[in-house]
Design a protein around this ligand. Structure first.
Ligand SMILES: *Cc1c(COP(=O)(O)O)cnc(C)c1O
Length: 424
């Protein structure tokens, strides 16, 4: 029996579409959205969930998110454009990012998106200017630096004191920018946003950041400023390998809601709308990547099995030592007795997709499935070594659908030009 993904035979998919290939399970994506509905949106009133689309975004993904009743968090003009093209309801879109350009802000204002999460004073200046020109008023949140350290990799930790994201909580900084927004004719101050980091298995950084935000909300109330929205970000961890101590979503959200509700009651505050922004948690485990095994060799004490992709389709191991689990799709019933390193085909020594994993004895031509590759893989893909970006297929109950066609060689030079003096 070959590996099945959403009831599709992975060997058939590899044969039909070629490898490398990203395969997403629609059933798994929707299951995650339903858990968000049941354990958060339906459980607590005045709540909202937006999918952090930088984890994985295509026009079809926008459709799934819309059908599941979630909003969309974008962090660039390109992501916003994708949502616009997919006909996603703009009132359900929020825009994050620490250095949004003028063009990006103009696009957001033109389409009257739901919220802009303002990161800094320069951005507030730009936004007010754009809104004034266009005679529009935008609803905004401020992203704060909650100074909550996390137990995740430094590169995906975002809420520590010296983070590049957000506005620091020094009274002279935070109160003056919020007052500016409150007094502005061009923005509506709606609330506070933070995001502490990604791939977290511990709730303490969320709880810590929530406490700081609640104090801020109370201080603002004392100055007659009401906070209607409190966005507590994403970052909920998923299973990559058995080293991950995965917790259910409720492990993060139940104590979060409790301290928010208790604090609001004790301090006579109206409980703001609570918004979460999961990305990885929705899409990560729904995805696998299929590769064909090529060269197999032993150098020194390492046995390598080489695959036809690597860091251009999944940069996470090279970028932050991310770990993955894998299976050989056509050898599921064989014992995993062979200690190997899965090597990518790119000209970098760090292009090792999985270091030291036990697999069945592989042969060239086998199909390898790497698990939990739905998030931050396709969305981070590049053309290093002029490798075309693989296609994305959606598997659902035994049927398969193309979401993104694989790039061809001609795509690689589509935007290239040769100056005329070089043509002679
Ligand atoms: C990346 C990001 C998220 C999503 O993070 P995940 O770890 O994928 O859940 C949420 N909010 C903001 C502001 C982000 O930058």
């Amino acid at each position: 029996m070959n590996l099945l993904w959403d009831k599709c035979d992975t060997l058939e998919l590899a044969k039909k579409y070629g490898t490398p290939l990203y395969v997403l399970s629609e059933t798994k994506i929707r299951e995650r959205c339903r858990i968000i509905q049941d354990d958060f949106l339906k459980k607590y009133d005045n709540t909202k969930a937006v999918y952090a689309s930088k984890a994985f975004l295509t026009t079809a993904m926008c459709k799934i998110i819309e059908k599941e009743g979630l909003g969309l968090d974008v962090v660039s003009g390109g992501e916003l454009y994708t949502a616009i093209q997919a006909g996603f309801p703009m009132a359900m879109v929020e825009f994050n990012g620490n250095n949004k350009t003028i063009d990006e802000l103009e696009l957001a204002v033109n389409h009257e998106i739901g919220r802009i999460i303002v990161d800094n004073a320069y951005e507030l200046d730009l936004l007010e200017k754009i809104c004034k020109e266009k005679n529009k008023v935008m609803d905004i949140l401020f992203r704060i630096v909650p100074e909550a350290d996390t137990d995740t990799h430094e590169y995906i930790s975002t809420g520590h004191k010296s983070s590049k994201f957000g506005i620091n909580l020094l009274p002279e900084t935070i109160f003056s920018i919020i007052k500016r927004a409150v007094d502005s004719d061009y923005v509506n101050f709606k609330g506070i946003h933070f995001h502490v980091g990604s791939q977290l298995h511990d709730n303490k950084s969320h709880l810590n950041a929530i406490s700081k935000t609640l104090h801020l909300i109370k201080d603002l109330k004392d100055q007659n400023i009401t906070v209607e929205d409190m966005n507590i970000g994403g970052g909920f961890g998923i299973h990559y390998t058995d080293d991950d101590q995965v917790k259910p979503l409720a492990y993060f959200l139940e104590p979060s809601m409790k301290i928010i509700e208790d604090y609001c009651q004790e301090n006579d505050l109206e409980r703001p709308m609570i918004i979460i922004e999961p990305g990885r948690w929705i899409i990560g485990e729904a995805g696998i990547t299929l590769y064909t095994v090529g060269a197999i060799k032993t150098n020194g004490d390492k046995k390598y099995i080489s695959i036809d992709g690597g860091m251009s389709d999944n940069i996470r191991p090279s970028l932050y030592q991310a770990k993955y689990h894998a299976d050989i799709c056509n050898r599921l019933d064989e014992d995993k007795t062979d200690l190997v390193t899965v090597s990518g085909k790119f000209c970098e020594s760090s292009d090792l997709l999985i270091r030291d994993i036990y697999l069945p004895k592989a042969q060239s031509g086998d199909i390898l499935a790497v698990y939990s590759t739905g998030a931050y893989t396709y969305s981070m893909a590049c053309n290093y070594n002029k490798q075309p970006i693989p296609g994305v297929v959606l598997a659902c109950e035994g049927k398969d659908y193309v979401l993104v066609k694989k790039q061809t060689f001609s795509d690689l030079i589509r935007n290239e030009c040769i100056p005329s003096h070089l043509e002679e």
